[in-house]
Ligand binder design. Structure first.
Ligand code: PEP
Ligand code: MN
Length: 336
């Protein structure tokens, strides 16, 4: 059960509410986000919702029986829009496009990417400075110093930044230089990290775990939301299956299901999803037709020499052509 509280609720009404709910056999958790105050109650007993709804200081009350509650569509039918400021939004009618290299490699690479994005009207740049790599000997990113240079060029050109955070200790130092914290597939159920990301006022994009179910992704999102951060974005990036013909199995099915179950915006990552450059565009289109609010696509001026994920990275020429097509596909998808 989700109880939306009036900001002005008196201490007396709050206590009364807690007592009544506990008498019903429910446990309560207060949640205070950037936007609202809630009381999340978990329990099984059946009761007449009107007994609580009529109490003073309550805005609304909703019965939500899913394990995840605040991210559920059962209480909030309107899709959420994550506002990054300066007119850049994720969710809603405009397709959100995030593009850039897998890894931030050098200042020169940042400059050429920013120029490419500006020329194509793309407002969000991706690029990892902390890279989760299967091998410890692979390139693991330029770290905070790289992020500061990334920020400088993006700021000068009105571009927002999405980049991966791998551990709790990185959150605070990164805070001033990013717009969206990306939680990678390998950290999708790092609950300590999710708890802490719930305490900052920055958007968080949660990737689905390598073998994570849809339900698990939504429960991870609930961690962030219930700690106070409503600016959560979900990302389908493919799961590991028995199929070896491509890098991952991009679960396009997950898009309409996530949109049906949750009010949060959903992004598709076809780069990691299929892992094969020449098929990335088609899979991005499939995701948009399935209802994705946006895409995240790896691009590089010279993919052949990229430090990581070159095999799935589009050249700037390929990227520019694709972005135009994707906007048309989004317009088409709006009719379905
Ligand atoms: C990435 O975005 O480069 C990345 C490492 O993604 P994932 O966590 O989905 O593997
Ligand atoms: Mn990558």
């Amino acid at each position: 059960m989700i109880i939306q509280l009036e900001k002005s609720i008196s201490a007396e009404s709050r206590t009364k509410l807690d007592v009544i709910i506990q008498e019903l056999g429910y446990k309560t958790a207060p949640v205070k986000t950037q936007f609202q105050d809630y009381l999340v109650a978990t329990g099984k007993a059946d009761f007449d919702i009107r007994n609580i709804g009529s109490l003073e200081g309550i805005k609304d009350i909703h019965r939500v029986t899913d394990d995840y509650k605040l991210v559920s569509k059962k209480w909030k039918l309107n899709p959420s829009v994550v506002d990054l400021g300066d007119g850049v939004k994720i969710g809603g009618s405009e397709l959100a496009i995030m593009a850039g290299p897998c890894s931030i490699e050098s200042e020169e690479q940042i400059e050429t990417t920013v120029q490419f994005l500006v020329e194509n009207g793309i407002k969000i740049m991706r690029g990892g400075v902390y890279k989760p790599r299967s091998s410890p000997y692979s390139f693991r990113g330029l770290g905070l110093e790289g992020l500061k240079i990334f920020y400088k060029h993006c700021k000068e050109n009105g571009i927002k930044i999405i980049t991966e955070v791998m551990q709790v200790s990185q959150i605070e130092p990164m805070l001033d230089y990013i717009d969206i914290f990306q939680v990678g597939a390998r950290n999708s159920q790092n609950f300590n990290l999710l708890d802490e990301l719930g305490k900052v006022d920055k958007a968080v994009m949660l990737k689905r775990g390598i073998s994570g179910s849809i339900d698990e992704l939504l429960q991870s999102a609930e961690y962030v939301f219930s700690n106070g951060n409503e600016k959560v974005i979900l990302c389908e990036r493919g799961i590991r299956t028995f199929e070896k013909a491509y890098r991952n199995t991009l679960d396009v099915n997950a898009i309409p299901i996530l949109k049906e179950k949750s009010h949060l915006p959903v992004i598709i990552d076809p780069s990691h999803g299929i892992g094969i450059r020449k098929h990335v565009g088609k899979m991005a289109m499939a995701g948009i037709i399935a209802g994705a609010d946006g895409v995240i696509i790896e691009t590089h001026e010279t993919p052949e020499i990229a430090f990581s994920d070159g095999q799935q990275t589009l050249s700037h020429i390929e990227g520019g052509l694709l972005f135009e097509q994707l906007k048309q596909v989004k317009a088409l998808a709006e009719n379905f």
